[in-house]
Write a protein that binds this ligand. Structure first.
Ligand code: GTP
Ligand code: SPV
Ligand code: MN
Length: 607
């Protein structure tokens, strides 16, 4: 088929006169050879048409209209359930610019390999063109993108997760820059083939060309592999942009905490995948008089404002949250958000009356359809929902969205939290002495691996600023960028940095700290540290809260447990040293001297 004969490519039929975009769409169509090209407009009509198609294909199940209005549950291929870090590539021109933490292939070679894979890869399918914007469209410099995909599930999910629709094309005009984000399932259909419910390919590539600001993804239909506005654009490509332009693109939630005196504090927090960002972003404080609102649960773009403060914007439009463990007591605000409907669930279990269920949700069921579409009873082996099952829901439905969540100005950040999942060693909350010490803390975050990506769940790995899988350039340059931004700023206006760990366990393996809403007690201590109204103890690792300094009023918890959660055990910390040493030697020559100095100082304090 020549491009002229592909329906949807006829001259003048596209809803834009952006020449570069038109040429790129035609070029990709010629390469991938779809049956037709369709421009996505994000309309309700499109939602109905595509959900109908996916229902007919068996990709999704319609949920009960009363319990889950306008909502659907998709089951993925059992081999396509999470990000694939081993198949994620940063193809910078020079290998050194991808750094030691990323897979690298020469961009020319990668383009050749993938061009071959893309050849005819959309045969028998529709090629959708989705213009989208990360962050408010009204920003001075709106961050535009266009995803080309042969997955209707991606089109539906992008409508939830990003700003789409005619206004994006209007903003693109005839010549505005946009990130080219190409996605193919890699599952062409020959005439007469019957499709599978979740097409994908065993060979997967999640590739980024940071200098060209381009993304090429192949073979997966899932989450961060396929919804290219999210991790691929807003973290990997954006981190490279941010490095060039003097800002930060981070794997952080944005929370607004309001004191009984009605003073608002904005807090950004970076935890690795499946380590509590969404839960903290939607926290329901348990301390009387304190309230929380949310602005984002996964990604923050931060830049200094004219007043010298660091302002954060959430580039996303929806939540792609971990389902298991979400319930009316751990995260009532997420549950309220989902109750409004308009949700695409993936890999959850479905009840006989077409509601959803997952491990940790209230209620028990004698029979379910599990995430693989099989009958499930409590006696079945394995969970009903996949551990990385997710909900994809519009952010605007969250009852505690801060009114300013959509403001292109962003919000001024008072505190940055780093954290991870650590059974031992790391105290509940530690304050950094200053910015550089805080960057050191972020640079050395260790966390037990989770189901959010392939790998051994539970193994500890260093995950700087929770960005290990999301850095678009060299980790050493990234840490240097953090140090330099701090140096260029007015120190009194910099956010204070803290290191938190909700996951420390006692000898009997149970969590020492109740977590979730009770984390508001830790947030209150943080706010009081910002205000200078509460004490802490100087320890070799930083300033740690004492049980007396934490507001524990009304908390039904063993004080010994709290003390143990806060303890700095010098022997445990000495055991950290070789592993930090190993990590820093892996980072290599580009490790900033400021970070090396902090490490030396820590070693001396522990000696
Ligand atoms: P991504 O979307 O993958 O980036 O994950 P996330 O960082 O948003 O993690 P999320 O908030 O979804 O939490 C993941 C898991 O951690 C869930 O199973 C939660 O129940 C659990 N969790 C979150 N907060 C706490 C806490 O304070 N204490 C304990 N013990 N578990 C928590
Ligand atoms: C994460 O893994 O950090 C996520 C889910 O937020 S994904 O979009 O798949 O990256
Ligand atoms: Mn995430």
């Amino acid at each position: 088929m020549t491009s002229a004969t592909i329906p949807g490519l006829e001259p003048g039929s596209a809803p834009t006169r952006h020449q570069e975009l038109l040429e790129w769409v035609a070029e990709v169509a010629r390469l991938t050879q779809p049956d037709q090209v369709v421009w996505s407009d994000g309309s309700d009509e499109e939602w109905t048409r595509l959900t109908d198609e996916l229902l007919a294909a068996g990709t999704i199940t319609k949920l009960d209209e009363e319990k889950q209005p306008n909502s659907f549950a998709a089951n993925s291929d059992p081999a396509d359930v999470a990000r694939v870090e081993s198949r994620t590539f940063i193809c910078s021109k020079r290998e050194i610019d991808a750094g030691p933490t990323n897979n690298w292939v020469d961009p020319t070679e990668m383009r050749a390999t993938m061009t071959e894979l893309y050849t005819g890869s959309m045969r028998g399918r529709t090629m959708y063109v989705i213009p989208f914007c990360m962050g408010p469209l009204g920003a001075d410099d709106p961050k535009l993108g266009v995803e080309i995909t042969d997955s209707a599930y991606v089109v539906l999910s992008m409508r939830i997760m990003t700003r789409v629709g005619p206004a994006v094309l209007e903003t693109l005009g005839t010549d505005k820059f946009f990130v080219k984000a190409l996605h193919s399932l890699g599952a062409p259909l020959q005439p007469g083939d019957t499709d599978v419910p979740w097409p994908c390919n065993t060979e997967k590539y999640i590739t980024h060309f940071p200098e060209d600001r381009e993304i090429w993804s192949y073979g997966s239909g899932y989450g961060g592999n396929a919804l290219l506005g999210k991790k691929c654009y807003s973290l990997r490509i954006a981190s490279a942009m941010a490095h060039d332009e003097g800002w930060l693109a981070e794997h952080m939630l944005i929370l607004k905490l309001i004191s009984p005196e009605e003073k608002a504090y904005y807090i950004a927090a970076a935890f690795p995948s499946a380590c509590g960002k969404t839960n903290l972003a939607m926290i329901q404080p348990t301390i009387p008089g304190w309230r929380a609102e949310t602005l984002g649960d996964d990604i923050a773009w931060m830049r200094f404002g004219d007043d010298g403060r660091l302002y954060a914007v959430n580039p996303e439009f929806g939540f792609f949250g971990v389902a298991p463990g979400t319930n009316w007591s751990s995260n009532p605000n997420a549950m309220e958000t989902l109750k409004q409907g308009n949700t695409m669930y993936t890999n959850v279990a479905v009840t006989d009356d077409k509601d959803v269920w997952w491990e940790g949700l209230e209620g028990s069921h004698d029979h379910l359809i599990d995430w693989q579409g099989k009958d499930w009873t409590p006696e079945s082996d394995g969970p009903a929902a996949h551990p990385n099952s997710r909900y994809c829901v519009p952010m605007s439905q969250c009852p505690i969205m801060a009114p300013e969540w959509d403001d292109p100005q962003g919000v001024p950040i008072s505190a940055i939290l780093f954290g991870g999942r650590r059974k031992t060693t790391v105290p509940l909350v530690t304050e950094a002495r200053d910015w550089q010490h805080g960057v050191f803390m972020g640079a050395t975050v260790g966390s037990e691996q989770t189901a959010a990506a392939e790998g051994t769940v539970g193994a500890i790995r260093r995950d700087p600023m929770a960005m290990l899988p999301f850095l678009g350039y060299n980790v050493g340059d990234y840490l240097q960028h953090w140090i330099e931004l701090g140096k260029s700023a007015d120190e009194s206006k910099l956010p204070k940095v803290f290191y938190v760990n909700w996951f420390r366990r006692g000898a009997d393996k149970r969590f020492l700290w109740p977590g979730f809403g009770e984390n508001s007690r830790v947030l209150k201590w943080i706010v009081e540290r910002i205000e200078g109204t509460v004490g802490g103890v100087e320890t070799p690792v930083g300033i740690v809260a004492t049980p007396e300094a934490l507001d524990l009023d009304g908390l039904d918890v063993n004080l010994d447990d709290v003390a143990e959660a806060l303890a700095v055990n010098v022997d445990e910390w000495r055991e950290e040293i070789p592993s930090i040493e190993e990590w820093f030697s892996f980072v290599g020559d580009k490790l900033p001297t400021g970070i090396a100095d902090e490490f030396e100082a820590l070693k001396q304090r522990l000696a």
